[in-house]
Design a protein around this ligand. Structure first.
Ligand code: AKG
Ligand code: FE2
Length: 356
């Protein structure tokens, strides 16, 4: 990572509200130094995975055929334990809806900047947040991305423009919750916990769901900039789709690997609260987004957590049946989220704070 203090020049963090405009300036041939995240371009390199990234067929998880179902649960358990990452197929979300959500998000980013300040609150807990990097108030080096983060469940929020944003986001997020519930049902079986107990422990009926859209404009120095720095997500499962442009790397067996999703699949990663709830059986996966100088990338990451007021701890039933001690201290999900969103995002540093 860049060690040197970046030169903000005439800019202050508060004046930097988006990277899209900068990226589109016709005379930009190199990035300003305050976007230089890596000093060694080799650090951005990743290889193709040696083993194939697991694929989970969601239709088999709810199949009437017990053999199919138990095989799917076994595959899910292995994918969560060995990778923390998998691609879901036969998920039931229409392809057209996946395309629409990317297109309408792109329209949002294309609104004139003068129309966006109403979506740029100071407070990281506001339900609608358009911004850049991660937390410019705390960062010295910025990420090459703009974002829109919206709380969509249990209460639905959304910018009122572009016109079709609300309808498309609402539908996509509703369908995403159905996918997550099926995955969590599978996880409850693989952990040997009653589904109803899991629902109660995590407050799943009022689960917090956050829709996050990322725009990574073309970047003249992709080897030294970062789209999203290495981190793990806060919730239980994150669902991710992207336009046709690659850029996600996950860490597997200590190495960065490229993710090239199957067409129409949904990428899923295990997040910090699944690690906590499973008492470390399922580790949240470290991942990052890189940028390129050819084409803008858009990704839609939908974070699915417990309810905001749930104090999450390792599942009591799991500790009892396995006779093991909790490896994480209990913490209210809302407080965890506040801590994470209000800090500089750095690997799994927030999770480390609750680890015993
Ligand atoms: O754009 C991506 O592929 C990853 C985005 C991400 O990790 C996030 O929004 O948390
Ligand atoms: Fe992430």
């Amino acid at each position: 990572m860049a060690e040197t203090s970046p030169q903000l020049g005439q800019h202050s963090a508060a004046s930097i509200t988006c990277v899209k405009k900068l990226a589109e300036s016709p005379d930009l041939d190199s990035i300003p130094s305050y976007y230089a995240y890596y000093t060694n371009p080799a650090e951005t390199m990743a290889s193709d995975p040696h083993d194939s990234i697991p694929i989970i067929d969601l239709s088999l998880l709810s199949s009437d055929n017990p053999d199919h179902r138990s095989k799917a649960i076994h595959d899910l358990d292995k994918a969560c334990e060995e990778w923390g990452f998998f691609m879901v197929v036969n998920h039931g979300i229409p392809e057209q809806l996946m395309r629409d959500v990317i297109d309408v998000t792109n329209e949002f980013f294309n609104l004139p900047e003068e129309e966006k300040p109403e979506f740029q609150p100071e407070n990281v807990l506001e339900p609608i947040r358009y911004g850049t990097s991660f937390n410019t108030a705390k960062e010295k080096v910025f990420w090459w991305r703009d974002f829109l983060k919206v709380c969509v469940h249990p209460e639905f929020h959304c910018p009122h423009k572009p016109q079709s944003l609300k309808e498309v986001v609402m539908e996509y997020c509703k369908k995403s919750r159905q996918v997550v519930r099926k995955l969590l049902k599978g996880v409850s079986e693989s952990l040997g916990i009653e589904e109803s107990e899991m629902e109660k422990c995590l407050g799943l009926d009022s689960s917090l769901q956050i829709f996050a859209a990322n725009l990574y404009p073309r970047c003249p120095n992709p080897d030294v900039a970062v789209g999203v720095a290495p981190h793990s997500d806060h919730g239980l499962f994150t669902l991710l789709i992207q336009n046709q442009v690659a850029g996600l790397h996950i860490q597997h067996k200590g190495k960065w690997v490229h993710v090239n999703p199957l067409p129409n699949s949904i990428l899923v990663n295990t997040a910090d609260h699944l690690e906590i709830f499973s008492n470390g059986k399922y580790k949240s996966v470290l991942h990052r987004a890189v940028v390129n100088n050819m084409k803008a990338r858009i990704s839609i990451a939908v974070a699915n957590g417990p309810s905001a007021d749930t104090v999450v701890s390792p599942a009591p039933h799991l500790l009892k049946t396995q006779g093991c001690r909790p490896a994480y201290v209990p913490m209210k999900y809302k407080d965890y989220l506040l801590t994470q969103q209000g800090s500089q995002l750095n690997g799994k540093s927030i999770l480390r704070r609750v680890q015993i």
